[in-house]
Ligand binder design. Structure first.
Ligand code: SAH
Length: 480
């Protein structure tokens, strides 16, 4: 049965490869030839619709074999007839950026459809075997309980180089984490709630191939309660509000209308309000993370308080004309630095001279700040982030902290192709860590409108994380 499945998978991959080879040839017909089967394999990996075999079968050698077979079969490949006529006038692009002609667009759409279809099939397979979230959500261990688990065996294809680290919301729709895990070499996700690291909850899943023994936390340990983190709220905190920690810090805050309504609901009572009023107020406070800043007065957290809770330096997101709304938004999407740093801490001994980092969906630089706070030098950072505001925040932090390395930034992960990666890898000898948390917009429970799962417009960028990581693995494998 296993053999049968493996054969079918091999056949499907061969067919897919054959098809993609045809497309590659078509793109380049009349233009220059590809260098050799290995470069072609790399080009293939660059195709958004290409999903390699997992297991030892996915080696470059095997892929190259497939290409040779596909090249031979190509002569009488009936599929070719189905392809639209190409625009002969267009330039050939073997090593440049992809041509932006109609045909290319057609193929991109077609590949995209294939990609979606594959993921859809997987999703249905996954429905029976949804990953369970652990309770307590402490992953493979937290600073207070580092002995929880100190060893795991990674599937062979998951082992680096490079090391990689992928993050997203833990409470995603059914099947999402199974799909993420399957794409990312069948690694079991590590689910962690940041409430074990700071005074605010943040339930996230992390798929990574890092060692898990000898982790250490960032020092000083951040305060773990609201009371310690925001001492000025102590004076006003009513005895009937039992909260000691905050809920997940979100991208938007409560309106002034709401806080005013709460004030009005409380002002009629000298002492403790009746239970139903308490319940109303507590529900709203929990939902919006409101804190007590005066008598009967609650307020949302200030951006600098959120920065502190998430482990960023004070005023990290301030300046450069950024609005408060955008600060909340960028912070709401970011890593909790202490949590991520705990996982990345193992890199300190492995790379005493520093690392080359590929940071996808960098946002406000949670990964970079974590590495810096761990004392891991960053030699070269390639950071890819679509928001100009966020790119400016990272650039400004880079300058403020007198980083010695190079920060190279790009805008869109979808534009990053194999040629670009090969150039970068050749220029500084490879990436040690590929890190990123792709957008969670279509996964998060707070999205009532378009919680479309991994195939949603934004969340589907996960597949670009996988595509880029797999390309880096392949290029670095070839260079070894
Ligand atoms: N881990 C980051 C935040 C990740 S949130 C941090 O610590 O701050 C996801 C990020 O992906 C957002 O900043 C969003 O602007 C960015 N993004 C969305 N689409 C993108 C694309 N096509 N290319 C690059 N970045 C993108």
């Amino acid at each position: 049965m296993v053999d049968l499945l493996a054969n079918r998978k091999r056949e499907q991959t061969a067919r897919g490869t054959n098809r993609l080879v045809s497309e590659l040839f078509d793109d380049r017909r009349g233009g220059s030839q590809l260098k050799d089967p290995t470069s072609m394999a790399i080009q293939l990996y660059d195709q958004p619709g290409f999903v390699p075999l997992k297991g030892p079968d996915s080696s470059l050698a095997e892929l190259t074999d497939f290409i040779c077979a596909a090249q031979m079969a190509r002569a009488d490949d009936a599929h070719l007839g189905e392809l639209p006529h190409e625009d002969e006038s267009g330039p050939s692009h073997v090593h440049g950026d992809p041509p932006k002609d109609k045909k290319r667009k057609f193929f991109e759409d077609e590949r995209w459809e294939r990609k979606k279809h594959r993921a859809y099939e997987k999703k249905h397979m996954d429905d029976d075997e949804t990953i369970r979230l652990p309770n307590p959500m402490i992953g493979f261990g937290i600073p207070d309980e580092p002995w929880h688990m100190s060893h795991r065996t990674l599937p062979e294809p998951a082992i680096g180089p490079p090391y990689f680290y992928y993050e997203n919301v833990a409470l995603a729709p059914k099947g999402v984490w199974n799909t993420i895990s399957r794409f990312l070499y069948d690694i079991e996700p590590e689910f962690v709630d940041s409430k074990y690291f700071c005074a605010a909850a943040r339930k996230r899943g992390y798929v990574h191939n890092l060692p898990i023994h000898n982790r250490f936390p960032l020092m000083p340990l951040p305060p773990s309660t609201i009371n310690e983190s925001l001492p000025l709220t102590r004076k006003w905190w009513p005895s009937w509000d039992p909260r000691t920690q905050l809920n997940c810090l979100q991208t938007c805050i409560a309106s002034a209308k709401l806080t005013e309504r709460i004030r009005k609901a409380l002002e009629d009572w000298d002492d403790e309000p009746p239970l139903h009023v308490q319940k109303y107020v507590l529900d709203e406070c929990r939902k919006w993370n409101l804190v007590w800043v005066g008598r009967n007065k609650v307020a949302p957290l200030e951006p600098d308080e959120i920065e502190m809770l998430l482990g960023f330096p004070k005023n990290h997101t301030r300046g450069g004309g950024i609005s408060r709304t955008d600060r909340y938004k960028a912070l709401g999407n970011s890593f909790q630095v202490d949590t991520v740093a705990y996982h990345l801490s193992v890199l300190k001994d492995i790379f005493p001279g520093g690392i080359n980092l590929l940071s996808l969906f960098s946002g406000i630089g949670g990964a970079e700040v974590a590495l810096h706070r761990l004392g891991i030098p960053m030699k070269n950072v390639v950071s890819i982030e679509i928001s100009e505001t966020s790119r400016n925040i990272v650039r400004s932090w880079w300058e403020q902290t007198n980083q010695k390395g190079n920060l190279i930034d790009f805008t869109d992960v979808q534009q990053v192709n194999g040629d670009r990666l090969e150039q970068l890898i050749n220029s500084f000898g490879g990436f040690d860590l590929v890190i990123g948390g792709s957008p969670c917009n279509n996964l998060a429970g707070s999205n009532r409108v378009s919680r479309d799962g991994l195939e949603g417009k934004h969340s589907a960028l996960f597949y670009d994380y996988f595509r880029i990581l797999d390309l880096v693995k392949c290029i670095m494998g070839k260079n070894q």
